[in-house]
Design a binder for this molecule. Structure first.
Ligand SMILES: Cc1cc2nc3c(=O)[nH]c(=O)nc-3n(C[C@H](O)[C@H](O)[C@H](O)COP(=O)(O)O)c2cc1C
Length: 217
């Protein structure tokens, strides 16, 4: 009996079932802020007031950053990826991770959840510019194995493509955060090896940059 409980526990741990995943809510249909007002209100913030982010706000932000809209583009048929950001080819090679005081989470757009991949607050390890009261940090990566074949064997071109695409994600995150009255700041000052280890990246996945996001009032 004890042996079977042990075997079951090990199997569940191996499957990641004990991880504290965060189930996300559906993104809001509207946010109530004009796009031009959102662009005007976006500004870098370097200090935040301490406040946990709600699941609703987090859901809207990660969806804008790298979510799925539903049906593929039926008008031009150009996009089969149906993502909130454009990608080259039909396979999305950009990933975003959310880091909080409770751990590190990989955003799974299909499952609409944040899958816990680490239990440590790794934010202060990843950058020397960690802002104490930020509600969360976003880590942007690209997966070199998923890039279109025409940049394979061209590391500089691959990084350009990853960086360019992740920047769309960052812009969406910043604008939706601003619309929800959260400030944000983009930072390239990261320790890539530490970020890769904290997020459990595969050998093909490259950490690019971070955004720190939090409440400014
Ligand atoms: C590509 C890029 C990388 C950046 N990296 C850092 C960084 O590592 N550390 C930092 O303090 N600011 C960094 N910044 C600057 C801030 O994100 C912010 O843009 C700047 O303070 C200007 O504020 P604004 O966005 O409100 O105009 C970076 C900005 C860009 C565009």
């Amino acid at each position: 009996m004890k042996k079977s409980i042990l075997v079951l526990s090990l199997a569940l741990i191996a499957a990641g079932v004990f991880a504290q995943d965060i189930a996300l809510s559906k993104p809001p249909a509207k946010i109530g802020v004009d796009i031009l007002d959102a662009i005007r209100s976006r500004a870098a913030a370097r200090a935040f007031v301490k406040r946990d982010v709600s699941v609703a706000d987090l859901s809207a932000i990660v969806w804008a950053g790298n979510g799925l809209k539903g049906a593929p583009d039926a008008v031009s048929a150009a996009s089969k990826a149906a993502g909130t950001i454009p990608v080259s080819g039909d396979v999305n090679y950009v990933n975003i991770y959310i880091l909080t005081a409770k751990g590190v989470y990989r955003y799974d757009p299909v499952g609409n959840l944040l899958k816990q991949v680490g239990k440590k607050d790794a934010r202060g390890d990843i950058t020397t510019e960690n802002i104490a009261n930020a509600a969360f940090m976003v880590l942007f990566t690209y997966d070199g194995a998923k890039l279109p074949s025409f940049v394979k064997g061209n590391p500089a071109g691959a990084r350009d493509m990853g960086m360019g695409t992740a920047s769309y994600a960052a812009q969406n995150v910043g604008l939706v955060a601003a619309s929800l009255k959260l400030g944000s700041i983009i930072m390239y000052n990261i320790k890539p090896d530490v970020a890769a280890s904290a997020a459990g990246l595969t050998k093909d996945e490259v950490p690019l940059f971070i955004m720190q996001v939090g409440y400014v009032q």
